[in-house]
Design a protein around this ligand. Structure first.
Ligand code: SF4
Ligand code: SF4
Length: 338
């Protein structure tokens, strides 16, 4: 599995990492939240592969067009069997660009037939990347998918700096196509949520104020509408960790996260109600642990041995990166927590 050299060295060879992890455990103990345990299995998150048409600077998946890891249909079927057993209400499809998986549409059809709430983490540009993806907005709508898409800012300069040259223009085009079939419009029943994450070593501003700002700007400047803005804190892993180390911001950022520890966010971190499945069927407490190769602690950590009872009894694997979920208003794949 390709992973940046800096990250591997950093995780394995520095005592600073272990020290910060102990500090996280201490904070959990003070909050009466140690060991961290699941509360329910509501959200089943599936990583359909690391292939992506973009190479964003802060991507925690290290995704890109050269990545070959893809979830096979056999693993998808094991996931569907597990979903049937688990009673999870929400299925969160992520990647890479999940739509680049050749079995993506088959999977969505299977899930919509089961009446599940389906979240698709769509990077927007995939919709306009190739004519074979142009009908995605209609396909999403037909299956009631909720779309969650990153848009770092309402200007080209900041969006392109984080996600690549030309991404802003393509994202606007895709957003208009989603709006045209009803996404982001009141009363249509199909939701389009945008995701904001900071462009540097700082915490996101207040979610609601940012949402108001984004709504006003996108509507007046481009005629684009969306439902909610979700703010996500950058966790110190993968490409963002490389950036922190290379720019000399690592210690300052970690201290910021640690000093902003919020007990109420800690009690509601997403790993308590989510299970994350890797492209190869291995199970993790969350997407971030997946990227760090920290599997769940049950006897078997593979979807083929899915056991909902054992899963509920496990201890969640934490490390220093968890401070990213508990800082300030808290952060999860669904936005701020507290
Ligand atoms: S679009 Fe998403 S998965 Fe693809 S490189 Fe960007 S952040 Fe990573
Ligand atoms: S990084 Fe994962 S395991 Fe750690 S607190 Fe956040 S969701 Fe939970």
């Amino acid at each position: 599995m390709a992973k940046s050299k800096i990250q591997i060295n950093f995780l394995e060879h520095t005592p600073v990492g272990a020290y910060h992890h102990l500090r996280f455990i201490d904070r959990l103990k003070e909050t009466d939240a140690f060991p961290l345990k699941p509360s329910a299995l509501d959200i089943f998150q599936m990583n359909l592969g690391k292939m992506c048409n973009q190479v964003c600077k802060h991507c925690h998946v290290d995704a890109g067009p050269d990545r070959k890891e893809i979830m096979e249909r056999e693993v998808m079927q094991l996931c569907l069997d597990a979903i049937d057993q688990s009673g999870a209400s929400t299925i969160d499809l992520t990647g890479g660009a999940p739509e680049m998986n050749p079995n993506f549409r088959w999977l969505v059809e299977q899930l919509s037939g089961r009446g599940k709430r389906i979240l698709v983490r769509c990077n927007l540009t995939i919709i306009v990347a190739n004519p074979r993806f142009n009908d995605l907005p209609q396909f999403y709508k037909e299956h009631g998918c909720e779309i969650i898409s990153s848009l770092p800012y309402f200007t080209a300069i900041r969006t392109d700096a984080q996600r690549g040259s030309g991404v802003f223009e393509k994202s606007l085009k895709a957003l208009k196509m989603l709006n045209a079939v009803g996404y982001g419009q009141e009363g249509t029943g199909v939701k389009l949520n945008l995701v904001y994450n900071p462009s540097g070593a700082f915490l996101p501003a207040d979610q609601l104020s940012l949402q108001q700002q984004f709504k006003k700007k996108l509507k007046t400047l481009y005629g684009i509408e969306f439902n909610e803005l979700l703010t996500i804190t950058n966790l110190p892993i993968s490409r963002f960790l490389d950036y922190l180390i290379q720019s000399g911001n690592y210690e300052g950022y970690m201290e910021k996260l640690i000093q902003s520890f919020n007990p109420s966010a800690a009690l509601n971190v997403m790993c308590r109600n989510t299970l994350s499945v890797g492209w190869d069927g291995y199970l993790y407490d969350c997407d971030f642990n997946q990227m760090l190769d920290l599997p769940i602690t049950t006897q078997s950590a593979h979807i083929r041995d899915f056991d909902p009872v054992q899963l509920m009894q496990r201890e969640i694997v934490t490390n220093k990166h968890c401070f990213g979920c508990t800082a300030g208003a808290g952060s999860s794949c669904g936005g701020s927590i507290a």
